[in-house]
Write a protein that binds this ligand. Structure first.
Ligand code: ADP
Length: 178
């Protein structure tokens, strides 16, 4: 049993965790979906922080992750990662999605953070099929946590019940506590 993973049904911007992960786009300049929700809740300081990152290192490539302050969010930091745009599955989408999860976990751990919340990266406008994306999320995070002490706790934040059921089923199959 791995009680370090939990499924949360609701809005990721309300969570009191160390790190909220944003499903950003390469520009880091905000967008729709969860990205828009995070920027709205965090306020203008988040966009300013993203602009600084952008000036320093340019766009964020798919699979990569960058960290900023969290503005007005209850979280301490936001990690912005970019998922793959779904082009049918033969364009390294799975590898890029895996990297997005792993690089986010690495960045949180490198900054000493203990708790982190992921949205369902790539499954909105980027079009990744939900079941396949959930499987990658659960497998990548579970494997990571068996090897590393940080983050201690990871939340999979689902915006609807169907997705929450999907994650819970996958975690149960792996013998992970939810
Ligand atoms: P992407 O561009 O990576 O596909 P989206 O933001 O379009 O990202 O969607 C990613 C997922 O985030 C979708 O499953 C969507 O339902 C979910 N989502 C949207 N708003 C929120 C929110 N406030 N909290 C948590 N999840 C959200």
């Amino acid at each position: 049993m791995n009680s370090r993973i939990e499924v949360f049904l609701g809005d990721i911007t309300t969570l009191h965790v160390d790190v909220v992960v944003n499903a950003a786009n390469p520009s880091l300049m905000g967008g729709g979906g969860v990205d828009g929700a995070i920027h709205r809740a965090a306020g203008p300081a988040l966009l300013e922080a993203c602009k600084v990152v952008r000036q320093q290192q340019g766009e964020c490539a798919p699979g990569q992750a960058v960290i900023t302050l969290a503005g007005d969010l209850p979280a301490k930091a936001v990690i912005h990662t970019v998922g793959p745009v779904w082009h049918g599955g033969e364009h390294h989408e799975a590898r890029i999605l895996e990297e997005a999860y792993r690089n986010s976990l690495n960045l949180a751990a490198a900054n000493g953070y203990h708790s982190l919340a992921f949205p369902a990266i790539g499954t909105g406008v980027y079009g990744y099929p939900r079941a396949a994306a959930a499987e990658i999320a659960v497998n990548t995070v579970s494997d990571y946590l068996t090897r590393k002490p940080l983050p201690e706790r990871v939340y999979f934040v689902c915006y609807d019940e169907e997705n929450a059921r999907l994650y819970k089923r996958l975690l149960t199959q792996r013998g992970q506590e939810t």
